[in-house]
Write a protein that binds this ligand. Structure first.
Ligand code: AMP
Length: 422
């Protein structure tokens, strides 16, 4: 199937062609006709499947067709509301709207927290057709009466599962209550949990269901590898991987903000240009890090799960799990950053003794067993190294910078080239 067969307006087709796309992805093939026909939609699709264009293209078509188009409208209040869990995703969705809508007289705006509200207010006043927002900041605008949601015709809830994970359910319900009753609703979620089902039940009317990414399967094009080592050696091993394998544009996942900062500093010191991205960074710092990473000015971007959500980079070649996530499903999200749109990608997980149960959970979830590799000089010791004295239970603490040299308790240090399989 080609984009030209979907019945989208010529201006939209032109913008899509300018992006170099001629074939819609599976989700686009299914979602676009359903949205064009005015149906509600329940889509189970992860980032990387082309879901953003899957809703953006038909929305642009609907907005620019029919009696309510810009020329005949008096008040320019938003007609489409897209809610996203993170600022990064809001920015990216709004960028997509602008990219695909560039030949149409439709304008858009992203509003999110962490930046000044006044420029957003000024932009809202000028008139916006498609508003992309994170829930908290949108409610700020509602409270200040700087946004009018009474003209919303299409409501999109993007990454709904992550919204619930982040505790946005009450905000979402408040926002839905402000929307006109007659509207089209589109819900996107990577997973279809009972909570999502419940949310969908209250929101969607006779939805068309689209399920393109069978739950918890990783892209076929991602090569997934597991390297076993000791916790104390991970920083050295990571540095070694960068230095011996010529890795570039690597998204590195750490569990904690503190850990992400420490790791980025350490890599940077070793001459591997790096930055950290997490919730404590200012919006400016996050945007700058992301654009430096996209432009190739940074070799590594160290991120926490929430910050990395929605990072959309074409052809990201490597993901490294410096630490495994606590929640197995996050693994699927993480490695979904690479191997997109059919490109090759590699996901490497560094796993220490303490994380073996997490690895088992992941293997159970994605229904495959990984081969365990070791890198010479960084082998795990036979038994877990004793942890420094600390309270017996509780959430995992961020590790201090740790011993500088690779004081592994396991194997020889001399031969650090290559990896071997067990
Ligand atoms: P998304 O799942 O929306 O985050 O999109 C993932 C990536 O796929 C984005 O970088 C899009 O620009 C890209 N993309 C979207 N649609 C297509 C398509 N039909 N063909 C190739 N790439 C696409």
């Amino acid at each position: 199937m080609l984009f030209s067969e979907l019945g989208l307006k010529a201006e939209i087709q032109r913008a899509v062609a300018e992006q170099g796309y001629d074939t819609p992805t599976p989700i686009q093939q299914q979602a676009i006709p359903a949205v064009l026909a005015g149906h509600d939609l329940m889509a189970t699709a992860q980032t990387g499947t082309g879901k953003t264009a899957g809703f953006t293209l038909p929305i642009l078509h609907r907005l620019s067709s029919g009696p309510n188009d810009r020329l005949t409208r008096v008040a320019r209040t938003p007609r489409v509301l897209v809610l996203t869990p993170t600022r990064e995703l809001a920015i990216q969705v709004e960028e997509s709207v602008r990219t695909y809508g560039k030949h149409l007289p439709i304008n858009s705006l992203a509003v999110f927290g962490g930046v000044g509200i006044n420029p957003q207010i000024a932009n809202l006043r000028r008139g916006v057709d498609i508003l992309v927002a994170t829930p908290g900041r949108l409610l700020d605008h509602v409270q200040q009466k700087t946004v009018d949601l009474s003209g919303i015709e299409i409501f999109v809830l993007d990454e709904a599962d992550r919204m619930l994970d982040m505790g946005f359910i009450r905000d979402i319900r408040k926002i839905i209550a402000l929307l006109p009753k007659a509207r089209q609703n589109l819900l996107f979620s990577a997973t279809f949990s009972p909570e999502i089902r419940e949310l969908a039940g209250g929101l969607l009317h006779q939805p068309v269901s689209v399920d393109v990414a069978p739950r918890n399967t990783a892209a076929e094009t991602v090569k997934q590898r597991v390297i076993e080592t000791n916790r104390e050696q991970k920083k050295d091993l990571l540095e070694h991987l960068f230095q011996t394998r010529g890795l570039h544009q690597v998204l590195v996942f750490a569990r904690t903000k503190h850990g992400a900062d420490a790791l980025a500093r350490r890599l940077d010191k070793a001459g591997i240009k790096s930055a950290a991205i997490h919730g404590d960074k200012s919006q400016g710092a996050r945007t700058r890090a992301l654009s430096d990473f996209k432009d190739g000015k940074l070799v590594a971007l160290v991120a926490t799960d929430i910050a990395a959500r929605g990072i959309d980079i074409d052809a990201l070649p490597y993901v490294i799990n410096y630490e495994l996530p606590n929640v197995a499903e996050d693994y699927v999200h993480r490695i979904g950053r690479t191997g997109r749109a059919g490109m090759e990608g590699e996901a490497i997980s560094l796993v220490c003794h303490e994380e073996r149960p997490n690895l088992k959970d992941i293997e159970k979830l994605i229904k495959r067993t990984f081969e365990r590799e070791v890198v010479e000089g960084f082998e795990p010791s036979a038994v877990a190294a004793p942890r420094p004295p600390q309270p017996p239970r509780g959430p995992r603490k961020p590790q201090p910078a740790g011993p500088k040299s690779g004081q592994n308790r396991g194997g020889p240090q001399q031969h650090r080239s290559g990896s071997r399989h067990r």
